[in-house]
Design a protein around this ligand. Structure first.
Ligand code: 13P
Length: 252
């Protein structure tokens, strides 16, 4: 069974300027009006680092939460030019952080680096949105489940606070491509992830989101897969209409 609250998380990646807060205001306004369903879901938006301070202040007393997209893996302060630590982000009032995204894995994040990031972020009281997923070649070689298992077990362990962890399953081949897993494949992978999580964390299983080409059409495919606890949305989270339509169509 899916956890009761569903998450709609927007990952803006390298997008946004200060005036883009008006996009999030539209999400907020939809959320407030959506009295019928708004107790069933939570919206989290991850703008780039440049906007975190401004947006986390603007949305401090609002319904939508702001997330960071990445951080450095060690130290609060240090000789790491161009990087920022979870400690520094936490001082902005930001509570969520995406870690292990495949785009960061592609530019050097190994499981061992991601593990350090997750531990440091949890120490700084973040809720971590930890991304995993197989690439095209791994899928073609039928290695999906092995890859997911390895990514989970290399980073998570029972000592971590599972209440502050959300998993995002993002098949790399589906990100930004319009290619989708079948319902059966997706349900199978999510169930497999959950069974691994229940081996790691005995008490409570973290929610598991799906990400990869989620839009207002593909959401119809996903809404019937009850084990999905929410969605990590890239491209479609940059437009008020597209993002709000995803939520509307999910609850239609
Ligand atoms: P798209 O929704 O653009 O496929 O991106 C998914 C993603 O990478 C979210 O983190």
């Amino acid at each position: 069974m899916a956890n009761s609250i569903r998450y709609f998380v927007g990952n803006w990646k390298m997008f946004g300027v200060p005036s883009s807060y008006s996009i999030i205001e539209k999400f907020e306004s939809h959320f407030r009006k959506d009295k019928k369903n708004n107790k069933k879901y939570k919206i989290i938006i991850a703008p780039p680092h440049t906007l975190l301070q401004d947006f986390s202040q603007k949305f401090k007393y609002k319904k939508i939460s702001i997330s960071a997209q990445n951080c450095h893996y060690k130290d609060n302060f240090g000789a790491h030019t161009g990087h920022i630590s979870p400690y520094m982000i936490s001082k902005l009032g930001v509570k969520y952080i995406i870690l292990g995204h495949s785009e960061n894995r592609a530019s050097g994040d190994t499981d061992s680096i991601i593990k350090q990031k997750v531990e440091l972020a949890l120490k700084n009281n973040f809720v971590v949105i930890f991304c995993i997923g197989e690439n095209k070649l791994e899928k073609r070689k039928n290695r999906t489940l092995n890859v997911l298992k390895k990514q989970l077990h290399n980073v998570l362990n029972k000592k971590l606070n599972e209440k502050n962890i959300i998993i995002a399953y993002e098949p790399v081949w589906s990100i930004g491509t319009g290619k989708l897993p079948t319902s059966a494949e997706l349900a199978h992978s999510i169930n497999y992830i959950k069974s691994n999580l229940s081996k790691i964390f005995k008490k409570r299983i973290p929610p598991v989101l799906y990400g990869g080409s989620v839009d207002s059409n593909s959401i119809y495919l996903f809404k019937n897969i009850s084990v999905i606890d929410g969605f990590l949305i890239g491209g479609a989270s940059k437009s008020p209409k597209n993002f709000i339509d995803i939520i509307k169509n999910f609850y239609k």
